[in-house]
Design a protein around this ligand. Structure first.
Ligand SMILES: C[S@@+](CC[C@H](N)C(=O)[O-])C[C@H]1O[C@@H](n2cnc3c(N)ncnc32)[C@H](O)[C@@H]1O
Length: 257
């Protein structure tokens, strides 16, 4: 992971192209591409995870003076470290922590997006890395019973200060709630109501993956897809299987009344 200063420098210029209302970060023009070797410079992880790391660097390198809440941090500390190293106060909640471990400002503990154990208007920023798609997941591997996205987002709004921001990322065509498996971006975006959120930015990382390799959905995922997907036709699911996996990121600001 780049230092906050290096990340600031690497992501200072416009790193996306506007396409159909999205910001596309194609691998061909991504600051992380080693043009000579035609490789991603992030040395570890799946093709998707490399984009996750790049997205974190682009969005979380300047937390100076901010109180920041991470949802569903799991065992992953890259984002936490970047927030802390750039001068932010990191707090985290995670449903897989022991329920006895109460979260406090400045440390992690038990909690989930549907019921955030902090008072109103506590945080300048709330973020979640590869967790959003699981909040409303019905089947195997889910940390808890599925939540309603509306309830989670209302909780996030409650704990954000006026003008506070969010950064959420999720894989498309991999796993989680059916909206994410199917890549139904309009349905995902509809959860971010205009009267509650402003400056909504949706990025597509690895949507245009060339000159890097295609990262396609694989057979092992499909049993879970079968269990999870109930609102789309067999034909639509078959079409989704043909698409490459990519990373969706959502940033937005809590609208001030
Ligand atoms: C794929 S893991 C990602 C963990 C970590 N953020 C990372 O990037 O490695 C998904 C995480 O989301 C958490 N999670 C699932 N449902 C959640 C919810 N409703 N609220 C908060 N976190 C949740 C899981 O417990 C798990 O730690």
């Amino acid at each position: 992971m780049a230092s906050p200063n290096l990340a600031k420098e690497q992501w200072a210029n416009k790193y996306w192209n506007e396409v159909d209302g999205f910001r596309n970060i194609s691998c061909a023009t991504c600051p992380k591409l080693d043009k000579k070797q035609q490789l991603c410079r992030i040395p570890f992880g799946t093709p998707l995870r490399k984009c996750v790391v790049a997205g974190i660097e682009a969005h979380l390198h300047n937390a100076k003076g901010k109180s920041v809440l991470e949802l569903g941090f799991g065992r992953f500390s890259l984002a936490k470290n970047l927030v802390k190293r750039s001068g932010g106060i990191w707090t985290g909640i995670e449903p897989r922590q022991s329920m006895d471990k109460k979260p406090k400002i400045g440390r992690g503990g038990y909690g989930h997006a549907e019921n955030i154990p902090f008072s109103d208007e506590t945080f300048d920023m709330v973020f979640g890395i590869q967790t959003l798609e699981h909040w409303g997941q019905k089947c195997s591997g889910a940390a808890r019973a599925p939540s309603e996205y509306e309830d989670c987002l209302n909780e996030i709004l409650r704990v954000l200060k006026p003008g506070g921001t969010i950064y959420l990322d999720a894989p498309i065509h991999l796993h989680g709630n059916e909206m994410f498996i199917m890549g139904d971006i309009e349905r995902i975006k509809n959860h971010f109501a205009d009267d509650l959120w402003c400056n909504l930015v949706v990025e597509r990382w690895r949507y245009d993956y060339q000159p890097l390799e295609r990262y396609a959905p694989y057979e092992k995922l499909f049993d879970e897809w079968k269990e999870e997907i109930t609102s789309y036709s067999v034909e639509e699911v078959e079409m989704a299987k043909q698409n490459p996996i990519w990373l969706l990121t959502i940033s937005a600001e809590k609208r001030t009344p």
